[in-house]
Write a new protein. Structure first.
Length: 90
């Protein structure tokens, strides 16, 4: 009687073990995994590009502020020099 129980159990296990993902399912999983990797890489590259753009924008803003300050300093120096000169009599 025990043999009658073991034979169907072994057959069921063999059938269960043989039923795995098909080649198409394996290929679909590989494609999905590679797509996830590609998406992750694209997100990282986009984040790095955004960081580089932010740094460039910040540097441009600092340079523009320095140029504006230099212009303001030059104008102030010119005005101070003009006030310091005595007026010529004719």
């Amino acid at each position: 009687m025990k043999k009658l129980f073991y034979i169907p159990a072994v057959l069921a296990f063999a059938v269960f073990a043989a039923c795995g993902p098909s080649a198409a399912e394996k290929r679909a999983k590989e494609v999905a995994d590679s797509t996830k990797v590609a998406d992750s890489l694209a997100a990282i590259q986009a984040a790095e590009a955004a960081k580089a753009q932010a740094a460039a924008d910040s540097l441009a803003a600092v340079e523009a502020a320095a140029k504006a300050q230099a212009t303001a300093d030059s104008l102030a120096a010119a005005e101070a020099a003009a006030k310091a000169k005595p007026a010529k009599k004719k």
